[in-house]
Unconditional design. Structure first.
Lengths: 780, 207
């Protein structure tokens, strides 16, 4: 239920409840008061009515008394002049409005009667007669369904000679007259006792069957005001017993006030009240709705604003103009929204910018570039990645604080010449995005950058040479995505670092980080399982004998999709991704198998397998090799494992351990690519190696470079002095071969002898004696 | 007058046989003593003493009142009304015993009226409603009037009498109080009581 509805319904309910309760209270109190008042008035009216009747009877009695004193009448009565008496009575009766006038003797006999009734000789109301001897008496009697007032007045001549009785009708007209003359209740009934209850003798102005309701079945009439309902209307009724004659039947007057009539004026008040209530209800609902709206509307607005703020829309602040709490709330809201907006902006800024240099960071730069590329994927652009050659050393020697200031300076310089396209791509690199630039423009920009950064960074105590290296990736040829471009430019930049060139353009062919390589690894494992790999063997020529007595196994991969995959691609990748061990294991296994095959055929070839630096970590390697040798029943001396110089030097201690174990098994070990790594002769002496293999760099330049010749010769001598055999790799021509034979090198490997070939082709070669001449030259 | 009558009775009693007193008490219906009640004794027929000569009594009107209020007569007696007031009086009576009417000027007396019938004559004045007077004409040779104590005494020679009592306010329509065969013996005082039903005294009410 909404707040508005709740407020409105509460107000309305309160209003209605209060009004209804008040109305009910007022009505009941009023009614109670009215009834009380009505009872009082009714009692008064009853008394008044009684007195009025008495007044009438007294007046009539007085009038009759005058008649009774008339001498002539007295004389007529005493002398029993009936006719005179009767006419005098009739005359007087008309005067007082009597229906019947009688002269009664002292014995109760009717002496004269203006309305003689058949068979009636005696006065009907003798007790009235008795009472009248003292003074005039009156009684209300019912006779033949009507009410009458009988007034008896004694006649003295001079002593009691008789009584004159006047009978006056009490009819509706009389009651009406009485009601007109005084404030009597509108509803009066004269009732007489009848056999089965009360009989109505006369009625006042309003005809309501009171006695039928009050005295049903002869029940005694109420002498105190009582509430009674007749025909659906409420009345306050009371009865007054009228003085009667014992033989005249009981006559009573019933007076009633209509409660409904009394409440009539209040009806209009009540309707006015109801009208007011209705109006109040409407106004209340209206007002409540308005108030609720005044409250709930701003609240709703604020809620909607809050939602919008949650969605990131900070502009729509509610315009609540009131000066009260809601206005304060709205103002607080607005300031909150502003504060949030500012914080969000700051956070966004921080999220997108580098704190040190103030330039956009990689995420922001990438997003920006991505947007540009998406907008126009075909338009050319150049992405330059600028790095400092010696940053790691700078950090190490000068500390991070200085390095940060240096980076800031570089950033400022870049921004100055390159504008807004500059971002800090990584800790060590800046990126500059130049839309619309092709290769020549990119190169020009790169050189400008290098130029700008050639000036050293000056601080108070020192200066630092910066030396920038720039990698360039061109869009769209080097990539469609910003991430790709960034990566490729980064690769180019690393290449620039390595090659001492100021600016390098990305070359896909030299990119060792192509993602294809990663998939290559998965394929490699598959290849291992599926036997797509094979070992090709390059023969080692024994320069002493001129015979082939060794073969270096080289992994060749026939990729189902890519075709021939050069080993420098996948081996280096395998080493970097840690997949080299299965590869090595497989190679060793294949080599051992082949060695076994050859040596069964009495060929006596020593198979050489390359072992990588990662394999030297593998403490399990010696055991595995041993197992394989045992499995295939191959003499350990049939196997030679080659390890690169740099691999050994990388982890000398671990290498020594593993190599020692291998050597203990009787396997020969050789240092491959000797001369190009960082060798420590101290360690070299500790290694249980049997052979040194001279890197082809030297061998290839033997023909051109006396220096290289000297080096090779030195290595051969050194190796021999240390007890190692020496093999030269990369022999490409006969001259070199001859030279090597001359200086006493033990083995030679190279294209001039043969390329690596499948094992089955090898057999042919072994038997060849084409190099015997070379060996012979040597010995001479 | 009373004394005169009593005296006559005593004479009669002395002259004749032995006499005794008959004491009579008259009360009303509530037992209160009744004054102005006339008690008369009638001997059995045949033995009445001879009637005395007729008397003439005067009823005066003074201070707007008939004085006396009650007078006892024997049939044949005469009554004269005298107006001693300063106003006129219209004296009348409608009684069956004697009906008359005349106007008396102040100081005037009426002629003597002979009351020859026994009965009650109620006399009033037409001008003054409150004036009323009773002339009780009775055959009874011996009568007495009760005083305020309601007692009267009759001195009667021995014998058997019929005693009757009457009072002006006797309720109409009732027979007069009569008691028959009352024996009076000398030396033995006899007592009699009458209880009369009376109307309320209207004289007071009307004035």
């Amino acid at each position: 239920m909404g707040f508005r509805f709740r407020l409105a319904s509460f107000l309305v309910a309160a209003l209605v409840t209060v009004q209804v309760l008040t109305a009910g209270l007022v009505y009941s109190v009023t009614r109670h008061q009215l009834i009380d008042e009505g009872k009082r008035q009714l009692a008064v009216a009853a008394t008044a009515f009684g007195r009025q009747l008495e007044d009438i009877s007294e007046r009539v009695a007085a009038s009759v008394q005058v008649l009774a004193l008339d001498y002539a009448l007295r004389s007529a009565i005493a002398q029993r002049d009936r006719a005179t008496v009767r006419s005098a009575l009739a005359n007087h009766g008309r005067r007082v409005g009597a229906a019947r006038m009688q002269l009664l003797g002292t014995d109760g006999r009717i002496e004269a009667d203006t309305r003689p009734q058949l068979g009636q000789t005696e006065f009907a109301y003798l007790d009235l007669l008795e009472r009248s001897y003292e003074r005039p008496a009156a009684a209300v009697v019912s006779w033949q369904g009507r009410a009458y007032w009988v007034v008896a007045v004694p006649v003295f001549a001079p002593d009691l000679v008789g009584v004159i009785a006047a009978t006056l009708p009490m009819d509706d007209a009389l009651l009406a007259r009485l009601q007109n003359q005084s404030v009597l209740p509108k509803t009066i009934e004269l009732v007489g006792a009848a056999k089965d209850g009360w009989r109505v003798l006369a009625r006042g102005r309003n005809h309501v069957s009171l006695v039928a309701a009050l005295g049903a079945g002869g029940a005694p009439l109420p002498v105190q005001p009582r509430l009674v309902t007749v025909d659906g209307q409420e009345y306050l009724a009371q009865s007054v017993r009228l003085d009667g004659s014992g033989s005249g039947g009981e006559v009573a007057a019933v007076l009633a006030y209509s409660v409904d009539e009394a409440l009539q004026p209040y009806r209009s008040v009540a309707s006015a009240w109801a009208g007011l209530l209705g109006f109040g209800l409407v106004a209340g609902v209206f007002g409540a709705a308005l108030i609720a709206r005044r409250v709930s509307r701003p609240v709703e607005q604020l809620a909607a604003s809050a939602r919008r703020i949650a969605d990131g829309d900070y502009d729509a602040t509610p315009a609540v103009a009131s000066g009260d709490e809601l206005g304060a709330l709205a103002a607080a809201f607005t300031s909150m929204s502003t504060a949030i907006q500012e914080r969000e902006a700051r956070i966004l800024h921080q999220a997108g910018h580098d704190l040190v240099t103030g330039l956009p960071n990689r995420v922001a730069a990438e997003a920006l570039i991505q947007r540009e590329r998406m907008r126009s994927p075909e338009s050319p652009a150049a992405l330059l990645v600028v790095g400092l050659r010696r940053r790691p050393e700078i950090v190490k020697t000068m500390g991070h604080a200085v390095a940060d200031r240096l980076m800031r300076d570089v950033g400022e310089r870049l921004s100055r010449i390159m504008g807004e396209a500059v971002a800090r791509a990584t800790d060590t690199q800046f990126s500059v995005y130049l839309p619309g630039q092709g290769k020549p423009e990119a190169i020009a920009s790169a050189l400008r950058i290098v130029e700008a950064l050639s000036a050293p960074y000056q601080e108070a105590d020192f200066s630092i040479d910066i030396e920038a290296a720039v990698g360039v990736a061109l869009a769209p040829e080097h990539g469609l995505e910003a991430a790709t471009l960034l990566r490729r430019a980064s690769v180019a930049q690393i290449t620039a670092l390595d090659t001492e060139e100021a600016a390098v353009i990305y070359d896909a062919s030299t990119d060792p980080h192509r993602p294809e390589r990663l998939s290559l690894m998965g394929d490699l494992r598959e290849a291992l399982d599926r036997g797509q790999l094979e070992l090709r063997y390059q023969p080692k020529l024994n320069l002493a004998t001129g015979m082939i007595d060794g073969a270096e196994g080289l992994v060749r991969w026939q990729h189902p999709r890519l075709g021939w995959v050069p080993p420098d691609q996948f081996i280096a990748l395998a080493e970097e991704t840690g997949n080299i061990r299965p590869l090595t294991r497989w190679a060793i296994g294949a080599g051992i198998v082949q060695a076994q095959r050859w040596n069964e055929g009495k060929r006596s070839l020593r198979v050489s397998i390359n072992v990588s630096v990662r394999d030297l970590d593998d403490a399990d390697l010696p055991r595995r090799v041993s197992e394989l040798l045992d499995l295939h029943r191959v003499d350990p001396r049939s196997i030679l494992l080659e390890v690169t110089e740099s691999a050994v030097m990388n982890k000398p201690e671990a290498a020594i351990r593993v190599l020692r174990e291998l050597a203990d098994q009787g396997i020969d070990l050789a240092i491959d690519d000797f001369g190009v790594g960082q060798s420590s002769f101290a360690y070299l002496r500790q290694l249980p190696i049997a052979e040194l293999k001279i890197d082809k760099i030297f061998t290839q330049r033997i023909g051109d470079s006396p220096a290289d010749r000297a080096i090779v010769r030195s290595i051969v001598e050194l190796g021999h002095e240390l007890g190692y055999r020496v093999t030269a790799e990369g022999v490409e021509n006969m001259d070199t071969l001859h030279f090597l034979a001359d200086i006493g090198c033990d083995h030679a490997q190279g294209f001039v002898i043969a390329k690596a070939m499948p094992a089955e082709d090898f057999g042919r070669l072994i038997d060849s004696r084409q190099w015997v001449a070379v060996a012979e030259r040597r010995s001479t | 007058m009373r004394k005169a009558w009593s005296g006559l009775l005593v004479v009669l009693a002395a002259g004749g046989a032995a006499a005794a007193d008959l004491r009579v008490l008259v009360t009303d219906q509530r037992g209160r003593p009744v004054a102005n009640a006339v008690v008369g004794a009638l001997p059995p027929t045949g033995s009445s003493p001879p009637a005395p000569a007729s008397k003439t009594r005067t009823v005066n009107q003074a201070a707007l009142e008939f004085v006396p209020f009650l007078e006892v007569f024997r049939p044949g007696d005469r009554v004269v009304f005298r107006n001693s007031d300063r106003t006129r009086h219209h004296v009348y009576s409608f009684s069956a015993a004697k009906a008359f009417e005349f106007v008396l000027s102040p100081g005037q007396s009426s002629s003597a009226l002979t009351l020859d019938r026994a009965g009650v004559v109620a006399v009033g004045c037409n001008i003054h409603d409150g004036m009323i007077n009773y002339l009780y004409v009775t055959d009874a040779p011996w009568t007495a009037r009760t005083g305020a104590d309601g007692r009267a005494t009759l001195s009667l020679p021995d014998g058997v009498y019929t005693v009757q009592a009457w009072q002006p306010r006797l309720r109409p329509g009732r027979a007069q109080a009569v008691q028959e065969r009352v024996r009076v013996a000398s030396g033995t005082p006899a007592q009699l009581s009458f209880k009369l039903a009376l109307l309320p005294d209207s004289r007071r009410a009307r004035d």
